[in-house]
Ligand binder design. Sequence first.
Ligand SMILES: NC(=O)c1ccc[n+]([C@@H]2O[C@H](COP(=O)([O-])OP(=O)(O)OC[C@H]3O[C@@H](n4cnc5c(N)ncnc54)[C@H](OP(=O)(O)O)[C@@H]3O)[C@@H](O)[C@H]2O)c1
Length: 309
Amino acid sequence: MKVLVTAATGYLGRAVAQRLQSAGHHVSAMARSEASLRAVTAAGFQPVRGDLTDPLSVRAAVAEVDAVIETAAADNESATEILLEAVTGTAKRYVRTSGTSVFTELSGGESSDTVHAEDPAFEPIPPVQHRFNLDRRVVAAAATGTHTVVLRPGMIYGGGGSEQLPVLLRAAMRDRVSRYMGSGLNRYPNVFLDDVAQAYVLAVESAPAGGEYNIAADEATMREIAEGIAQVLGLEPAVSATMEEMSEAIGLLYALGLSSNARVDASKIRAELGWTPQGPSLLDDLVHGSYQKVWGHREVSLQTGDVPR
Ligand SMILES: NC(=O)c1ccc[n+]([C@@H]2O[C@H](COP(=O)([O-])OP(=O)(O)OC[C@H]3O[C@@H](n4cnc5c(N)ncnc54)[C@H](OP(=O)(O)O)[C@@H]3O)[C@@H](O)[C@H]2O)c1
């Protein structure tokens, strides 16, 4: 299959593109800058100059492929509309990246027993309503014959990078203290980078039109993660923080997100697409694996951004 990946220079997109190529697919990689074009060419993908905010470039790129996998901009409405328009009336597949964050339940670091399956009638809290509405918009296109699929990965980890873990690692490294909010018993689903990439391959190959899937292999409490970070950085045991302290350390949005629950049931992708995650657990990869290797026992220069994403 010829597959366009919209963000093959990104943390998730690069892993998806590599996995697609290993599975025998032809990968074109949309890139919006000279540096990104050079990076995707060096990685062995077919470079396609384009920007998700530019309908002409998206249309031209999508015209050449059988499927497009969007891994750049989960909250970008115009990019979503442009992609939908580009695949409507064709047999092309469009796989959208959303996230389990749509199920965010604010709890100030306390636990919750609520676990969410892929429920179309779910009513998200306002900060993530927009992302969920875009999911619904993409799924709804299947009713008129467009082959759309929505994937919702949990917190992705692996290779010492990603989004949330480096945010917490940087703050702990800077302040010499690792924090969790309240009791830290709030849970977030997680998934290893190679496993999430495999889920994308399975989805583009065989997910039915209108399919939506949570992608998570496990979950961890924020306290466990904070304790792991303290261990990696050789700090004293993690401490409980207030919302104010957490916001000051990592910003309000991350503080809200990382003190919430967003627990999901991800059995559907296992049952329907045969997904079988195999990576190490998040805590294992953090304390003994890639994060220990990249972040442990090392003074990283925060000024030069000498840290992986
Ligand atoms: N990381 C996670 O744990 C996680 C979990 C669930 C969902 N997600 C979602 O997955 C998506 C990707 O996350 P990530 O962690 O891989 O982010 P990332 O490493 O920052 O990658 C973002 C990528 O998007 C590209 N991009 C941004 N705007 C673009 C545009 N207008 N046109 C073309 N390319 C554009 C960037 O290209 P340049 O190289 O040109 O900047 C980059 O390759 C996000 O929507 C995120 O919310 C991530």
